[in-house]
Design a protein around this ligand. Structure first.
Ligand SMILES: [Zn+2]
Length: 580
């Protein structure tokens, strides 16, 4: 904490009446020639004159001191090399190569989004830019990581879609979450101009044609509008915002306004200078200081009712992060749970819902106008939000007024949830987000060695490795059965886990006989026998698809061979996929 005191031994009066201790220590570390008094004065000047806090000014101060020291030092070479070298630029390709206190960073990034807004810093209005950027812009073979950034003195060169090299950016870490600061002294080298379409101001785009990022103009009707509050991540308070939803004949999109706006449901407006940001899988329009919103007149524009019903989503169309969603679902399971949070008793209702496109979970923080006795019940949901766990959507209802009980479903008969598997092509599954209650067909192209008997941790259910759980140590574990396969569609493949009941059914064995067979043949030979039986054969799988950032897994609770001309198909598949 006070390590800098030693470095300053003999260097002027001790400065203790300032709050910049750790930051001063970092500067002196990078610029050993500088005096503590000068550094403190620099921090004070940045903070008091430019309203820039020390964590954001530190990099500028280091650069200024280094630049000043270089030409004018006149020091003998011996002395310079005896001192500590200035902290060199840390050049990295990926965000995960950075640590939370890196101050002088060079990295090439793509600017995913760029927004400008006024922010009050210690009572003064300042303009800052912020958004998302991602690393590895030229490496299409590796997944990019996205970080948020702030540009404290907005630079012309930063635009949505551009690829830039940042020289002298710094890492900001707050509660374990890292972001990048683009400082006043950061050099921005534009390597590629933004490919985000440059739309002529005032030239409206259809909502279906909105780019993933960029500044746009739309003409649309307001379907929903409500005030909301955003909690600053650093805990320094809240920001009042307005959220809602706009629609035109091609689709609908959520919006977030950082400025107060006067909008009414049903109103037709022209919004110019809005920024498109994508939150998780969902694009959203951001309105800021430079966005203009005006009433628009077009007697032939679709009515709010028509747009509302057209913008209704199905369960298959729900995406993580979506807000103000309208959909009709049938509720099949509804339970109330009670728990205590911060000394208060709270209730959460949750259950399963379905429509002809699929099924998912729904949770509500208020009592809804139906009970478990009414099930199944059809409801129209409006203004609800969607979160996803492992890619499987979960609908969140915040208030009872978002739910309207319908007399009947718009589809023919009540859905039979137990046998409600929606057929989806395997390629579509492999490219899509998580789904529950789906079925698909494909060819088995791999049977993994770890198929067969497994042992799960008694506490966390993870599969034991060498008789031990990573978290809960060595133990006997609970016996389970699992098959791991790769199933191929026309172009894509899926990693498939077949659960115990489905595996035993497909094998035509019970637990005791399976144990005996594996013991008799040996685990390796037994897996080999599965290969000769299934490899290249066509199978039908049903269950749920889980998707995270890196992979997708199909958890099959149904698995069956579809007998076709097995031998020929197997030969073809083996030739095509080079499997033994
Ligand atoms: Zn465990």
């Amino acid at each position: 904490m006070l390590a800098h005191e030693g470095k300053n031994a003999g260097g002027g009066p001790r400065m203790s009446s300032h709050p910049y201790g750790d930051h001063v220590a970092l500067v002196l570390d990078a610029c050993p020639e500088a005096s503590e008094a000068d550094v403190v004065a620099a921090f004070r000047q940045y903070e008091e004159e430019f309203l820039i806090p020390p964590q954001d000014s530190i990099h500028s101060i280091i650069r200024t001191l280094q630049v000043n020291a270089a030409p004018s030092s006149g020091a003998p070479a011996g002395r310079a090399s005896a001192g500590k070298a200035p902290r060199p630029m840390k050049s990295v390709e990926r965000f995960d190569q950075l640590s939370g206190d890196d101050q002088n960073v060079e990295i090439t990034v793509r600017i995913v989004s760029h927004n400008v807004r006024d922010q009050t810093v210690r009572g003064e209005q300042r303009t800052i830019a912020f958004g998302l950027l991602e690393d590895l812009p030229y490496d299409s073979a590796s997944p990019s990581t996205r970080w948020e950034y702030k540009d404290w003195a907005p630079k012309q060169e930063l635009r949505s879609g551009s690829i830039v090299r940042l020289e002298g950016a710094s890492v900001n870490e707050y509660q374990g979450r890292r972001s990048l600061n683009v400082n006043q002294s950061t050099r921005v080298v534009v390597l590629e101009e933004g490919s985000a379409p440059v739309v002529a101001p005032g030239e409206p785009l259809s909502i279906a044609d909105l780019p993933e990022a960029g500044t746009v103009c739309v003409v649309a009707r307001v379907l929903a509008v409500r005030p909301d509050v955003i909690h600053r991540r650093d805990g320094s308070g809240t920001i009042d915002v307005v959220r809602g939803r706009l629609a035109d004949g091609t689709g609908s999109v959520g919006f977030l306004s950082w400025e107060p706006v006067e909008l009414e449901v049903g109103q037709l407006v022209k919004v110019d200078g809005a920024t498109v940001r994508s939150f998780r899988d969902t694009p959203e329009l951001n309105f800021g200081r430079t966005t203009t919103i005006e009433a628009y007149h077009d007697a032939s524009f679709a009515s709010a009712d028509d747009l509302e019903s057209a913008s209704q989503l199905t369960i298959a169309g729900l995406r993580d992060g979506a807000r103000d969603v309208t959909c009709v679902v049938e509720v099949h399971e509804w339970q109330k749970r009670t728990f205590t949070r911060e000394g208060q008793e709270r209730h959460l209702w949750s259950g399963r819902v379905a429509d002809p496109s699929g099924q998912c979970r729904m949770s509500a923080w208020s009592e809804l106008p139906f009970t478990a006795d009414d099930l199944p019940v059809a409801v129209r949901l409006s203004g609800v939000r969607v979160r996803a766990w492992q890619g499987v959507p979960d609908i969140t209802v915040d208030e009872a007024k978002q739910v309207e009980v319908l007399k009947a479903t718009p589809w023919d008969a009540t859905i039979d949830l137990e046998n409600h598997a929606v057929e989806v092509a395997l390629d579509e599954l492999a490219n899509g987000s998580g789904r529950v209650g789906v079925a698909s067909e494909g060819y088995v192209v791999s049977v993994r060695d770890d198929s067969g008997l497994i042992y799960r941790c008694g506490e966390c259910r993870r599969v034991l490795r060498d008789g031990a759980c990573t978290d809960h140590g060595a133990q006997e574990g609970d016996e389970d059965v699992r098959l791991r396969l790769v199933v191929q569609g026309d172009a894509e493949s899926l990693s498939v886990f077949v659960g115990k009941d489905a595996a035993l059914t497909a094998l035509g064995l019970d637990m005791d006989r399976l144990r005996a067979v594996i013991e008799d043949e040996g685990a390796g030979a037994w897996v080999q026998s599965l290969r000769s039986r299934w490899l290249g054969g066509r199978v039908r799988i049903s269950g749920r698809l889980l998707v995270d950032d890196r992979s997708s897994m199909f958890m099959a609770d149904g698995f069956e061979s579809i007998e076709e001309d097995g031998g020929m198909i197997a030969t073809e598949a083996r030739a095509a996929w080079g499997v033994a």
